[in-house]
Ligand binder design. Structure first.
Ligand code: NAD
Ligand code: MG
Ligand code: MG
Ligand code: MG
Ligand code: MG
Ligand code: MG
Length: 337
């Protein structure tokens, strides 16, 4: 590794809520991030309106939480700052049809993920501020930490600073959702988007599930019972990840047996070898040059034929069927089908 910590980190003292005085913030969407950010803003004394579709199931829930709810276009019209927390795939159309018409100089639009700006699926006029405040945790945690007087760290990025105040706005917003209590790291739309895609593809989702399945299949093909393979290759992963999450790889290694640790230290690098690292570099290149984004955008435009077929095939994998049965034996797991 060649780089030590270099990130700029902002805390409560670096942010001023007064920047948002007299401004109205529209939070579009009331899902994972939307409900948490809208409620935190409101509890910080900010004038918030939630933008939803007519007939949306979330409409009543948002009103129950004491929030004002309007259609996306109405909310966009009256807001000074528009935080877009819709699913990333629907953002471009809703932006075009219901948000863009209300954009005027002095307004700001915000995101919690950079995909649509970075890959030019949304191209805002040059006279608005464009920024990102992206909590590094799921919405329910963003809300729970806020209520407990704490916060979830967030990323801050400025894409366009028309007002000259984009950063102050972003920091004030981050403070209002509780993020500066924990720390806000400055980044760019490019860095956030590319590292997010790489992380989920190479490590968290793609790499992890492929590793689990390959291990499981290796044991089953060698004649071991699928139930036993499931425990060793999937179920126990949670214990390992929890320990790394709490105290790093070193804490996990402290906790496992020396036999496990020796196997880890000497065999791990043989699994993730130069070939895997070369493939990782290739995935990163496809993210950086837009190949992956183009593919995913076209896939959505075509009605998701590849995505749906792969999703179905994966659901029928032996590991899922074995897992369904074994989880019935684990009364502490709530069932999510
Ligand atoms: P979500 O799927 O949980 O919620 C989306 C909301 O948008 C729902 O309330 C849905 O009813 C509403 N919606 C959908 N289509 C709509 C339409 N056409 N008009 C109006 N409303 C519509 O989404 P999310 O996971 O909260 O993600 C929102 C943004 O936050 C994304 O950019 C995502 O990348 C980012 N983000 C999410 C997380 C997370 O923990 N889920 C973390 C960091 C960043
Ligand atoms: Mg999903
Ligand atoms: Mg991510
Ligand atoms: Mg992602
Ligand atoms: Mg074991
Ligand atoms: Mg040990």
């Amino acid at each position: 590794m060649t780089r030590e910590e270099v990130a700029v980190i902002y805390y409560d003292k670096d942010a001023d809520l007064n920047v948002l005085k007299g401004k109205k913030i529209a939070v579009m969407g009331y899902g994972s991030q939307g409900h948490a950010q809208a409620q935190n803003l409101k509890d910080s004394g900010i004038d918030v309106v939630v933008g939803l579709r007519k007939g949306s199931k979330s409409w009543a829930a948002a009103e129950e939480a004491g929030l004002t709810v309007k259609t996306v276009s109405e909310a966009a019209e009256e807001a000074d700052i528009i935080q877009i927390l819709l699913p990333d795939e629907v953002q471009p159309r809703v932006y075009r049809e219901e948000i863009a018409p209300s954009l005027r100089p002095g307004k700001a639009i915000m995101f919690s993920h950079g995909f649509n700006i970075h890959y030019h699926q949304i191209v805002p006029p040059e006279y608005v501020d464009v920024l990102m405040v992206a909590p590094k945790g799921p919405g329910h945690l963003v809300r729970r930490m806020y209520v407990e007087g704490k916060g979830v760290p967030a990323l801050l990025a400025i894409h366009q600073d028309a007002s000259g105040k984009a950063k102050e706005i972003g920091l004030a917003y981050a403070k209002a959702i509780g993020a500066t209590r924990a720390g806000v790291i400055e980044t760019t739309f490019k860095e956030e988007t590319e590292t997010d895609l790489f992380g989920e593809q190479a490590v968290l989702c793609g790499g992890c599930t492929a590793l689990i399945k390959a291990g499981f299949e290796t044991l089953v093909e060698a004649g071991y019972q699928p139930e036993i393979a499931y425990f060793e290759c999937l179920n126990e992963l949670k214990l390992i990840v929890d320990m790394m999450y709490e105290g790093g790889i070193k804490y996990m290694r402290f906790s496992i047996s020396d036999t496990a640790e020796y196997g880890d230290l000497t065999r791990g690098p043989r699994i993730i070898d130069d070939h895997v690292r070369a493939t990782m570099k290739q995935l990163l290149k496809e993210i950086q040059d837009g190949t992956f984004a183009r593919e995913w955008i076209l896939e959505n435009q075509a009605g998701r034929p590849v995505f749906n077929a792969l999703r179905q095939r994966e659901r029928e994998h032996l590991i899922e069927r074995v897992g369904d049965r074994l989880r019935e034996m684990m009364p502490w797991l709530k069932k999510e089908k």
